[in-house]
Design a protein around this ligand. Structure first.
Ligand code: AP5
Length: 224
């Protein structure tokens, strides 16, 4: 298998960022996280950030015409040439179609779409306890994955914060948006033979082991 080009799919709080952290290290992939790109743009008050902020604060999707160009540019960068892990993109059918056309133009292919499934009730519990390092995007949970010292990142000591869009009302809207606009991507990628489903209610290390085993099988099949 020349390159590993993966998509992480799943509702808000399913554990995409948590798994991405381990996957990118294990498989040396460029991790392209739309949420992190957008939050950085908002913090730096760039044109993209100013366009995106009101959508993100309300828990709505940033319009396709804003996000697609940003993401296709990231996929074409030299650091993504040997493989990428998309986290938070695509989130609509037009985004998936745009990605497919771009990869075809570049003579590249998706390896798999890793879908992490978690119930809505579990998501509300997870998101309310999430704490993040605003600089690196590293994620913790006050009960399920606490830092060694309360409120402080294990790696660089940065103070952990709660995300603006993790308020209960906003989370409910993000879930509605997910079911309406993003969940149909499961069928879309299933029909392309790319979808792999994972039970995201297991412990993070268990979810990771299952994803890693699936990727190992895909690599093996590719060499036969
Ligand atoms: P984004 O940042 O992508 O948010 P999201 O998809 O809603 O996902 P989250 O980051 O909330 O959750 P996650 O699945 O990464 O879970 P995590 O690992 O943190 O997007 C934010 C906004 O940007 C969107 O609402 C939209 O406005 C905009 N946007 C982004 N992409 C866009 C696009 N393509 N088009 C248009 N707009 C876009 O885990 C959650 C918590 O659970 C953590 O505390 C973690 O420690 C814990 N946890 C993780 N795994 C487990 C486990 N197995 N068991 C127990 N706890 C766990």
């Amino acid at each position: 298998m020349a390159e590993l080009n993966l998509i992480l799919l799943g509702p808000p709080g399913a554990g995409k960022g948590t798994q991405a952290e381990q996957l990118r290290t294990e498989f040396e992939l460029a991790h392209i996280a739309t949420g992190d790109i957008l939050r950085q743009a908002v913090a730096e008050q760039t044109e993209l950030g100013e366009l995106a902020a009101s959508y993100m604060d309300a828990g709505n999707l940033v319009p396709d015409e804003v996000i697609i160009g940003v993401l296709l540019e990231a996929v074409g960068r030299p650091n993504a040439r040997d493989g990428f892990l998309l986290d938070g993109f695509p989130r609509t059918i037009p985004q998936a179609e745009a990605l497919g056309s771009e990869l075809e133009k570049l003579g590249r292919q998706l390896t798999a779409v890793l879908m992490i499934e978690v119930s809505d009730e579990e998501i509300v519990t997870r998101i309310s306890g999430r704490r993040v390092n605003p600089a690196s995007g590293r994620v913790y949970h006050v009960d399920f994955d606490p830092p060694k010292v309360d409120g402080v990142d294990d790696v660089d000591g940065t103070e952990l914060v709660q995300r603006e869009d993790d308020q209960p009302e906003t989370v409910r809207n993000r879930l509605d948006v997910y079911h309406e606009q993003t969940a149909p991507l499961a069928d879309y990628y299933d029909q392309l033979g790319l979808l792999q489903r994972f039970d995201g209610s297991a412990a993070p290390s268990e979810v990771f082991n299952r994803i890693r085993a699936t990727i190992a099988t895909l690599k093996l099949e590719d060499t036969i």
